[in-house]
Write a protein that binds this ligand. Structure first.
Ligand code: NDP
Length: 449
């Protein structure tokens, strides 16, 4: 049963696929892929543009499904669905740019071509269900693959609707399919079965490692976008008020359920108190409440189970500042908190929380803060706030993460590569870099002697 996290009311019942359903879907996808890859380039490019147009035509419905199912503020949902359409448009333009190389060799001519992998399974999470699914579906289709998408069990509604919208466009039957059900059944079978060539997974590092193991039996290609514990480094010569106010979106956006959340904020000691004051003020001004209300900035947590997990971080050994007030009554509401200078070994500093709890820590020197920012098993994203561009670039270069923003907390754009170092993942999504993850490189040699 699918619940609305803001009210805990029933939203829908969805079918649970079993192993036989997965096997039939894979067989359909294999046939569809051959038909799709043999279509003219202009047809495939136009098809992706038609998907983008159809998403825009259904934007409000898709955004409302996301809001009701995830508890996401409607302004965010609209922005995310617009980005989904932009993602399909971007990869529509990439279909005729999947190029190889010609390589100087003796005795002939040598060149490379990029071929589709075949069938791609996209296993998606619950925090940005449609956006993250589309970051993988769109480039996979652009490269000539068929796709089976498995949304998270608790947030399938927007993805199911997207696939219906695409089915109405009369593309090869089975090109894009949605299988709902449990990760341990549907996700596991997609990872295990021979007929799937590639898995694009976004979720926890723990499940990512399990997928990696199961997929190794058939040596499936993998893109893994996993957890994060990103740092925001704020130097004393930055615009402190601006950095602190931007911190609200950076760590409490999507109610903290964001793999790029800057949940460790390192602030230079001389401006530490000012930063905490501005940050708490700005956070208290953010409206927490009905996700369908345009003024809402923070909705509830996605599930009662996740609420319990986030609550386990509120221990008595740490000073927490209440940084907002959550509504009373049903719903998985959680007021944002700021943890002030806990011990560096505390789980607040070490573990991914995935909820609206920020940790603010003082530092003194550039070398010390680079060391601290890197003292994590994760390496997804991060920010540097500084008035000295040389210093900002040195620190950005020193932080071992897949992306860093200077005087900004952004991580994701359709045009730029996104992904993690260390235990935050393998491979890159988005931008032209994603095309490498959905093609196999073939070398062809022609003898001329
Ligand atoms: P999971 O990693 O468990 O789930 C992500 C996706 O994988 C879901 O579709 C899930 O299906 C599926 N899945 C689960 N088990 C398997 C399996 N054995 N084989 C194949 N697929 C599987 O994340 P959770 O939803 O449990 O969230 C747990 C934590 O993960 C969060 O608290 C957060 O720390 C992190 N997370 C990180 C995300 C990110 O963006 N990097 C996104 C979401 C979570 P099902 O939902 O049906 O179980």
């Amino acid at each position: 049963m699918i619940l609305n996290p803001a009210t805990q009311e029933r939203l829908a019942e969805v079918p649970e696929a079993d192993i036989a359903d997965v096997d039939r879907a894979v067989a359909r996808a294999r046939e569809a892929q051959l038909r799709w890859a043999s279509q003219p380039i202009a047809y495939r490019s136009r098809a992706l543009r038609r998907i983008a147009d159809a998403i825009r035509d259904n934007l409000e419905e898709l955004a409302l499904l996301e809001t009701d199912n995830v508890g996401k503020p409607i302004a965010d949902s609209r922005g995310e669905v617009a980005m989904v359409a932009d993602t399909f448009d971007y990869y529509a333009g990439a279909v005729d740019k999947i190029v190889g190389q010609s390589i100087p060799v003796d005795g002939g001519v040598d060149f490379t071509v990029r071929e589709p992998m075949g069938v791609v399974a996209v296993i998606a999470p619950w925090n940005f269900p449609l956006a993250i699914a589309s970051w993988n579906i769109a480039p996979a289709l652009a490269c000539g693959n068929a796709v089976i998408v498995k949304p998270a069990e608790i947030t399938p509604l927007s993805t199911m609707r997207l696939v219906e919208v695409v089915e109405a466009l009369d593309l090869p039957h089975g090109l894009l399919q949605c299988l709902t059900g449990k990760g341990s059944v549907v996700g596991h079978r997609l990872t295990d079965i021979d007929g799937v060539d590639k898995i694009s997974f976004t979720g926890s590092t723990e499940v990512g490692k399990q997928i990696s193991q199961v997929a190794s039996a058939t040596l499936k290609r993998l893109t893994l976008e996993l957890g994060g514990k990103s740092a925001s480094v704020v130097f004393a010569d930055a615009d402190i008020e601006k950095a602190a106010r931007a911190g609200v979106g950076a760590v409490f956006g999507n109610t903290g359920q964001d793999c790029c959340a800057r949940s460790r904020m390192y602030v230079q000691r001389e401006v530490f108190d000012d930063y905490v004051k501005f940050f708490a003020e700005a956070s208290r001004a953010a409206t927490i409440g009905d996700p369908r209300d345009l003024a809402t900035v923070l909705g509830p947590l996605v599930s009662a189970q996740h609420h319990e997990k986030v609550s386990s971080f509120l221990t008595d050994d740490v000073d927490f500042i209440e940084a907002g007030t959550a509504p009373e009554g049903p719903g998985n509401w959680f007021a944002p908190r700021i943890a002030v200078a806990p011990d560096r070994s505390h789980r607040l500093v070490q573990e991914e929380i995935f909820g609206p709890i920020a940790t603010v820590l003082p530092f003194d020197t550039e070398a010390e803060v680079i060391r601290e920012a890197n003292s994590s098993i994760y390496g997804l994203s991060g920010s540097v706030w500084s008035g000295d561009i040389g210093q900002a670039l040195r620190v950005a270069g020193g932080i071992r993460t897949g992306s860093v923003s200077i005087n900004s907390n952004t991580s994701v754009r359709v045009q730029t590569p996104f992904g993690g170092m260390k235990q935050s993942g393998v491979g890159r999504e988005l931008g032209l870099a994603a095309l490498d993850g959905y093609t196999e490189l073939k070398n062809i040699f022609i003898a001329t002697s």
